[in-house]
Write a protein of this length. Structure first.
Length: 421
């Protein structure tokens, strides 16, 4: 094979180098949901770019056709892998990449088989002829067959569904994830622009694989996300599984105490829904604003307060300071727990304890030795005074006496009654 260094070959070679860097970075983040599919997608872009570049550089037509087929095969893998990545990264589905690719990959798999055997039916390319392109050197000019126009819209639909999943996630996600998702969507637009440039009736760069170049430009954007916004390092699904399902309310505030994120429990507490995002916190609760002012200067502060007009509805709050990498205030996180039921139970318990204490204070008991007269049976108190048994017991034990006579006293005092009986 004879190769010639052309402008198109240089552009596609640079594109492949960018794709290699992005693919290598993605391999280190395979544990993130969708990370494996994303890494495989970027390696497919690498093969796509290298094959297209070699197709522009090689001189003889059979070798060019071989590289064109190889680049087409790699390009067919990109959309299904992106589809799987988008659905898993956004949390739209939890199944693994192989299963996510199985059904969407049916049409691309058929395209690959037809591309390999194109000489027998010409369903993918109607013709492949050598031509000279300004700046691109010797290139292959092609006219497409009917199945090509089936494959391209189908791949576009896969890309569109994946993009919609990411955009929906963009509106549901917190501030950190929004930066990540915006980067991914911006990177996705680049191959679409390349595809549009390639499919116009009179393309400005004939025979240049502009979709591959678009993937490389998108790779540059993703590369920025990898190093600047830790793209694919933070697991977005963890928020859905943890934050969204928290039994406590969670508010995330910026440095000006504006709401940037709130889980469903917090939105239910403040009855604000998604309209809370961007609002100053005092518009939701003036009492919460007062607590935040008290928390200034504290990394963590605990408080209990009524946040609304009803003083019976009590909340336990934990205010945590969030700082950026430079150590400056980046915002605050407020965890809220409705403790109204607990407070009511504690009040009932305190009331019951008070009632029991009052009852115990009214109960008087006698203990120890009681000095009592052997003859008249009077009892001497602590001050030395003698009291009738009835008076002493009534005073110290709150006992009421009823009087009567026993048989012995009756016989001694009233013998005539005994004789009559």
């Amino acid at each position: 094979m004879t190769f010639h260094l052309t402008l198109y070959a240089l552009v596609l070679g640079a594109s492949s180098l960018v794709a290699v860097v992005v693919a290598a970075g993605a391999m280190r983040r395979r544990a993130v949901p969708g990370g494996r599919a994303f890494a495989l997608m970027m390696w497919a872009v690498v093969v796509w770019s290298i094959s297209s570049g070699l197709g522009c550089a090689v001189a003889d037509l059979p070798a060019k056709v071989l590289f064109i087929k190889l680049s087409f095969v790699a390009a067919q893998c990109v959309a299904p892998l992106f589809f799987a990545f988008a659905l898993q990264y956004s949390g739209a589905t939890d199944f693994r990449a192989p299963l996510a690719v199985a059904l969407p990959a049916i049409v691309p798999a058929a395209s690959i088989v037809l591309a390999i055997t194109n000489e027998q039916h010409h369903l993918v390319w109607a013709s492949l002829v050598a031509g000279v392109v300004a700046g691109g050197g010797n290139a292959v000019l092609s006219s497409y067959g009917p199945f090509y126009w089936v494959s391209v819209p189908y791949l576009a639909v896969l890309d569109l569904v994946g993009a919609i999943a990411l955009i929906i996630f963009l509106f549901r996600a917190g501030r950190v994830y929004r930066f990540q998702t915006v980067i991914l969507v911006a990177a996705l637009v680049m191959p679409w622009i390349g595809e549009l440039i390639s499919d116009v009736p009179s393309p400005p760069f004939p025979a240049l694989d502009t979709p591959a170049v678009g993937c490389a430009v998108g790779g540059l954007i993703i590369l920025l996300g990898l190093f600047r916004y830790r793209l694919l390092e933070i697991v977005p699904v963890a928020r859905r599984l943890v934050v969204e399902r928290m039994v406590d309310g969670l508010l995330v505030l910026d440095e000006k105490d504006r709401v940037v994120d709130a889980n469903p429990v917090a939105r239910s507490i403040f009855r604000s829904g998604l309209a809370a995002f961007g609002q100053p916190v005092e518009e939701m609760s003036k009492a919460l604003k007062v607590i935040l002012e008290r928390a200034e200067g504290h990394e963590v502060m605990l408080a209990e307060s009524a946040l609304f007009d009803d003083p019976r509805q009590q909340f336990e709050l934990r205010v945590c300071t969030v700082r950026n990498r430079a150590g400056r205030l980046g915002g605050r996180m407020v965890i809220l727990r409705d403790v109204t039921a607990r407070k009511e139970a504690e009040a009932d318990r305190e009331r019951l304890i008070s009632e029991l204490r009052a009852a115990l204070e009214n109960v008087k008991k006698l203990s120890g030795l009681l000095p009592i007269c052997s003859s008249c049976k009077k009892i001497r108190d602590d001050k030395g005074y003698w009291h009738q048994v009835e008076e002493y017991m009534k005073e110290h034990a709150e006992i009421q006496f009823s009087h009567g006579l026993c048989p012995e006293c009756t016989a001694r005092l009233y013998p005539e009654l005994i004789q009559e009986r």
